[in-house]
Write a protein of this length. Structure first.
Length: 273
């Protein structure tokens, strides 16, 4: 599933290539995704209007207009947003297409249909359950002060807490594992049994890992590509994710795999305490 760096990479590309342009047409198929995809409604609200901003909240994208509302998008497990020439062949499983005034198109492709695209009228954002339940943004300033008290007050394993979108929005399995390795903290360590000083270090590493991943266009494991169709290159920087049985780059111990909260977790028994 695309995580915060992948979604932020998409947002930045759309900010450059889409914001300010008018959507002259909307087409697609009203299929069932995470929520029903209502093409006629999106077309009625977005058609003929310019996209004023491209925002991100956690793993969600919001394409705003000046007056009629916003298009809420979640990429799900396999979703992609592609921005390119309208004459280019349209990929299979393209469910929504925004036709732009400059002859290009934004195409939402989602083979597994776990994503969503839904129109939010003005005021709906503050009532949408997917958005109102989200926690703090890990790229925002102040994470080092805001996150440690949230984690220290809970008994659950730290990795499970980092993945809880109600506490911190946008961090997924890849970047939680990498942040914990960089901070030298065992993923199964309970939040309440971790010192505030170590939790501050973890917060710093979360921000650093996410920022580095964004600078490299995210991580491509299976389906993810940028709107230009490029792969994210952060995969070459992964130190623990997907490296079960290999040697730790820091201490040389053999990396182990376990499961926490039904999620695969790779960690180093030598230097993560």
């Amino acid at each position: 599933m695309p995580e915060l760096p992948e979604v932020e990479t998409v947002r930045r590309a759309l900010e450059i290539g889409l914001v300010g342009l008018t959507v002259v047409g909307v087409r697609g198929r009203s299929v069932m995704m995470r929520r029903p995809l209502d093409i006629p409604h999106i077309a009625a609200k977005l058609g003929g209007r310019a996209v004023s901003t491209a925002r991100r909240r956690g793993k969600f994208l919001l394409l705003d207009t000046a007056d009629s509302g916003s298009l809420l998008i979640h990429l799900g497990m396999s979703g992609r947003l592609l921005l390119g020439d309208a004459a280019a062949p349209e990929p299979d499983h393209t469910h929504l297409v925004l036709c732009l005034e400059d002859g290009r198109e934004v195409r939402f492709v989602d083979p597994r249909r776990f994503g969503l695209a839904q129109w939010l009228a003005p005021g709906d954002e503050s009532r949408d359950p997917s958005l109102t339940a989200l926690g703090i943004e890990p790229l925002d300033p102040g994470l080092e002060e805001l996150l440690p008290p949230l984690l220290h007050a809970r008994r659950a394993p730290l990795k499970s807490l980092i993945l809880d979108q109600r506490l911190v929005a946008g961090v997924g399995n890849i970047y939680a594992a990498e942040s914990l390795w960089r901070a030298g903290i065992r993923p199964s360590r309970p939040g309440c049994r971790t010192s505030v000083a170590r939790l501050r270090r973890l917060a710093r590493e979360i921000r650093a890992v996410l920022a580095e991943a964004v600078s490299q266009g995210g991580t491509t494991i299976r389906d993810y590509v940028t709107p230009a169709g490029d792969f994210g290159s952060f995969a070459v920087s992964l130190q623990v994710y997907g490296r079960d049985g290999e040697s730790c780059e820091r201490c040389g111990a053999v990396l182990r795999a376990t499961r926490l909260g039904n999620r695969a977790t790779v960690w180093c028994p030598g230097c993560q305490r």
